[in-house]
Design a protein around this ligand. Structure first.
Ligand code: XIL
Length: 739
């Protein structure tokens, strides 16, 4: 058989759909570009919220590609290491400004603001300040004199470009241990037991801020720390800053380092920390944001460097979700947050090691899903609260309460998995990997989609710690080459497939037939309209059985002969049309179309030839021999969805003598020149969802009409490559067949 170019295009197009849908989670909407706002970068997206910063190293400011990326995305820079005391001031009287100057000059040249990091820290510090020439500990006054000189020199050198300084870094204790003194337990010190603290007590904090303020009264001065959302450490930070401020120490801002992980902290803890800090300061900066793919967090310098090589898909979803959630919290606090800085440019720069994949840009500086989630946020959803009218989903097994859906199209899930580390539902708002559930106090995982879902039926599954499972709450539906969970979001027009009590219903019959060409049994489901087989008065008053036209209706890739009857609701659609007098009854045969036996990667080789043999030489004769059918081509139609549309197109074009009505549902289109004999087909239907590629359908239908064909198109409003699209297509197409 010859496949011409137009057919090849159709095959490629359809397979692109199929591959997208099977490779990506189910909500991924085919046809939607990866980035609907390519001209908008992080700093632009957040211009009404806060600055977006990045920590840079020397390689970043020497590489043209990385320079361009930095300029496009960020409007604040921090030197990752080059302005730390130990780097600038390794010995008394010895200064090394070269690297810091390079970063400062980069900022000056490009008009980007610089955050100064940092003036006083227990690590990467100028430890010589603590001892004299003989190595003996100096008095705190000597230390203060040296610290003052350091701070003045550095602040003065960069005051034209640095707008904020992390003056003191990490002075608070992570886990204060109670001490046993004089037969009693005393609470542990809230302060880190650093050399600074041991020499000066907490006075060194006050001194550092005072020196910085003297040097540049215009600079914003920050106290910066990690694990700042942990309620205990948060309160220690709060108490210290409050104490200092009460004593007149010029602390203007709190830096929340933000070294988080995919599991935490929770939105509630982040929100509570920001709220608490904002009682003390007018400026909060998130100073060192990154999100690890393990359970560690914080700024401690000992950590595992990540085991995730290559990164698992579900981990990426957790990363995206965590970034999405925390930025939502940050946006809520835009009044007090004025800068959010990522700690490093791309994963390969990360201090945590590339295999933690902690940043929005990957090791090749390509944006990840997380980047798009951060950038392309929907401000409308920031404060959206779903209506609390959730009811059990119609797809649930009898007696199962969960999942639930509300009247706006939100879905809410509940899964019991007490020992799991992560539970993800493969459904949610477009392009982001689904809805990540969170564990409540009872060990139960719950979560609600971020916004309303498209109306209609959706397949879904759970990913629990990377393993794929069905939701025990729902019935199973055959899709993705296996039985998946399903959910039904109420559609405005759902009456056309409603199960009505006031009408007669047809029957679905399972048919087994032997296929000599395949050498095995095959299955099909046959819809027989209400009244099928009854004796009716025929010509001349003779009692007889009526005969019916037949529609051969194909499912898509990953589906089978149960998909149209169950999730497609083909029988109910027919029953309602017949009962309302909109159509004359006909039979539908829904056979397994061999689509799942097709191997990906061999796109050009899909010919549907095997199924053509089964259908035309085996199934149709079997149906005609066993059912009350009309057997001529004007009483036979073929249609299919997605890969079934592709099958339909190939077979109808090759065997126009068999079918008189043709339909493609999100499954490509016919070009007039492909149809050799224009009288071979009485009606052509083409349809798809408005979120697919409607322009292509509209264009094709116009071209067919212009060439004199009786063609009709349908663009299903608000739906994608899913069953509501195809239910609507069947509903319209059925009214035109066999007329
Ligand atoms: C890190 C740097 O990223 C590493 O390159 C360096 O080896 C250690 O310091 N908290 C801080 C940052 O305030 O300065 C630290 O930066 C990370 C933790």
């Amino acid at each position: 058989m010859i496949i011409n170019n137009a057919m090849k295009q159709a095959i490629k197009w359809t397979l692109a759909v199929l591959l997208t849908l099977s490779a990506a989670p189910m909500w991924a909407q085919w046809g939607a570009p990866a980035d609907p706002f390519p001209g908008i970068h992080l700093k632009d997206a957040y211009k009404d919220y806060f600055m977006i910063g990045v920590a840079l190293n020397q390689r970043n400011v020497s590489n043209e590609e990385q320079i361009q990326l930095t300029k496009k995305e960020f409007n604040s820079i921090t030197a990752e290491n080059d302005m730390k005391p130990g780097m600038l001031h390794p010995k008394e009287g010895v200064w090394d400004f070269e690297k810091a100057d390079k970063i400062a000059d980069f900022c000056r040249k490009n008009g980007i603001k610089l955050r100064g990091h940092c003036l006083c820290w227990h690590s990467q510090f100028a430890d010589w300040m603590f001892t004299d020439k003989k190595g003996r500990e100096v008095k705190k006054e000597v230390f203060y004199q040296r610290l003052r000189e350091h701070i003045h020199t550095v602040v003065n050198r960069y005051k034209d470009v640095v707008y904020a300084w992390d003056v003191v870094n990490e002075a608070m204790e992570d886990n204060p241990r109670p001490t046993f003194v004089d037969g009693k337990f005393a609470p542990g010190s809230p302060y880190r037991q650093s050399r600074h603290f041991k020499l000066c007590g907490d006075e060194f904090i006050a001194k550092a801020f005072e020196f910085a303020h003297e040097a540049d009264p215009n600079a914003l001065l920050f106290y910066n720390d990690y694990n700042e959302c942990d309620p205990g450490k948060r309160d220690r930070i709060y108490d210290m800053v409050k104490k200092m401020q009460d004593a007149g120490v010029p602390i203007h801002g709190i830096g929340m380092q933000g070294h988080y992980n995919v599991y935490g902290p929770s939105e509630e803890d982040i929100d509570a920390a920001i709220t608490k800090y904002s009682q003390l300061v007018k400026h909060i900066h998130v100073t060192e944001l990154d999100i690890r793919m393990n359970t560690e967090m914080g700024g401690q310098l000992r950590f595992s460097r990540g085991e995730n090589k290559p990164v698992a898909g579900y981990m990426n979803t957790l990363l995206t979700d965590q970034y999405n959630r925390i930025f939502k919290v940050f946006r809520k606090h835009k009044d007090v947050i004025d800068c959010v800085t990522f700690w490093n440019l791309g994963d390969s720069d990360s201090w945590l090691g590339v295999n933690n994949h902690p940043l929005p840009f990957d090791e090749k500086y390509k944006p990840k899903q997380a980047y798009y989630a951060i950038k392309n946020f929907d401000a409308k959803l920031d404060n959206a609260k779903p209506k609390e009218d959730f009811v059990p989903n119609p797809c649930n097994q009898p007696g199962q309460e969960w999942p639930q859906v509300n009247s706006e199209g939100y879905a809410r899930f509940r899964v019991e998995a007490p020992d799991a580390k992560s539970v993800i539902v493969s459904l949610g708002l477009g392009g982001r990997g689904g809805t990540v559930l969170h564990k409540n106090k009872d060990g139960v995982w719950t979560g609600t989609t971020e916004g309303p879902m498209d109306p209609g039926f959706h397949y879904y599954h759970l990913t629990i710690d990377g393993g794929v499972f069905n939701d025990p709450g729902t019935h199973n539906y055959f899709g993705s080459c296996r039985w998946e969970s399903g959910i039904e979001i109420p559609a405005p027009d759902q009456d056309f497939y409603a199960m009505r009590t006031d009408i007669s219903h047809g029957n679905m019959q399972k048919v087994l037939f032997y296929s000599p060409s395949l050498g095995k049994m095959q299955e099909a489901t046959v819809y027989l309209p209400a009244g099928y087989g009854k004796l009716v008065k025929g010509k001349g008053g003779k009692m007889m059985q009526e005969r019916y036209p037949v529609l051969y209706l194909q499912h898509g890739w990953g589906e089978n002969e149960t998909s149209w009857p169950v999730q497609g609701k083909a029988g109910l659609i027919m029953d309602n049309l017949i009962a309302d007098g909109k159509i004359k009854p006909f039979i539908i045969v829904m056979a397994y179309g061999l689509t799942n036996d097709f191997k990906f990667g061999t796109i050009g080789k899909f010919t549907a030839e095997e199924f053509e043999k089964v259908l035309i030489d085996e199934l149709i004769p079997h149906i005609d021999a066993n059912f009350l059918t009309k057997t001529d081509k004007w009483n036979r139609a073929m249609a299919g969805l997605s890969m079934g549309g592709m099958t339909t197109k190939l077979i109808t074009l090759r065997r126009p003598e068999v079918f008189g009505y043709w339909g493609l549902l999100s499954g490509g289109h016919y070009a007039p020149e492909e149809i050799k004999d224009p009288t071979a087909v009485k009606y052509i239907f083409e349809g798809c969802g408005s979120k697919e590629n409607p322009a292509q359908i509209n264009k094709s239908v116009e071209a067919l009409k212009a060439a004199g064909f009786n063609a009709e198109g349908l663009v299903s409003e608000g739906t994608a490559h899913e069953f509501l699209t195809w239910r609507r297509c069947l509903y319209l197409m059925a009214q035109r067949l066999f007329r």
